[in-house]
Write a protein that binds this ligand. Sequence first.
Ligand code: GDP
Length: 449
Amino acid sequence: MAFEGLASKLQEAMKKLKGKGKLTEKDIKMAMREVKLALLEADVNFKVVKNFVKTVGEKCTGSEVMESLTPGQQVVKIVNDELSSLMGDESKEINLKANGISVIMLVGLQGAGKTTMGGKLATHLRKNNKRPLLVACDIYRPAAIKQLQVVGKSIDVPVFSMGDKVNPVDIAKAGIEHAKANDNNVVIIDTAGRLHIDEELMQELKDVKECVEPDEILLVVDSMTGQDAVNVATTFDELLNIDGVVLTKLDGDTRGGAALSIKAMTGKPIKFAGIGEKLNDLEVFHPDRMASRILGMGDVLSLIEKAQSAIDEKEAEELSNRMMNEEFNFEDYLSAMKQMKKLGPLGKIMEMVPGANKSMMGDLDMEASEKEMNRVEAMINSMTVAERRNPSLIKNSSSRKKRIARGSGVNVAAINKLLKGYEQSKKMMKQFKGMSKGVGKKASKGLFG
Ligand code: GDP
């Protein structure tokens, strides 16, 4: 999970305060020391940590907290608010023109995830009814152009390139002309990265900037590089005056130092976070929601948004109706699993559920649960349509069971287990239906009787 290390330490520090009826200054001091250590260990810039602890400490020793009935909760709220403010409080949109062609320039070091980000951003923009064009201006890294073309093809977004012999400034200019001629209204320029910042690279980026006058310069940094990412952001900002930062690989960042330092150190907001290698693994960065996640308070809003964009409402409703009417069969099982998968890996979903932090979940093994889901899917896929619709056909036929087991690479015991699970779910639905009827009756009696 992103920020796992930091989250568990901060939550530990907060837990000690939450249970107390009264807090002394010593309690606060001790807690602040733990918060400070947790942030430093997370590789947050030491100046940022110093300021953070000072502000939080002062607010916590104020009379509203000390005299309140729930001082521990107040402290948690203050830490939450300050974490959110450290990251910029509200999410910031990218600058796009209301009419005409908007130009976004992606800059950053090699390997930060720029090209991937081009694809993610194009996917995101298209969801918002834009018509993006990707422009390949990285003429140095071998295969960079090809990579962008592959990305573009996989999401069906056009890619403009002129090979690696033309100057990036000319490619960018021609790319915008191409967009005009082809009715694209957002141009995403993938620029060249280097292993380290060098003057030649910066000059080239300045030249492209001057020529195309981008609406948005987004710096892509790898969050796993911690303080290096912050240094890169500071330098790029000084030279190019960036508009915002994209933090990639947040899915593998257990510490969080870059996320918590960048806004404070550069004044520039983090606008997006990359949370995986796939092209829809992109999140709009919401500082307030991120703060809640770090403190184990979940992020219900993001979860709902994710569900809304991934789940087909009509399909979900039909499914739930079928389940309530006990008509459901293995085809419904499959479609339920498909809907779940659209939400993303289980581990990522659990991060957003309030209270479901690592310590609460104990050893719940997400990977194993996902593997089990795949196994069930394979078993159902090995059934005939008639069997899926009418599971009782399988129940009393050992030859059918054997055939399905062979087809899905499991043993007959696994098929029996699946059938048993199905029967149990059906029974549960029956009870649930009975219960909800009972509740309905009681409620109406209460109201009218
Ligand atoms: P570029 O050199 O800046 O264009 O970087 P690439 O787009 O080629 O990405 C470098 C590597 O990072 C690739 O293997 C990507 O799949 C991977 N990557 C990019 N973004 C993410 C992310 O958000 N999470 C993870 N886990 N990997 C990422």
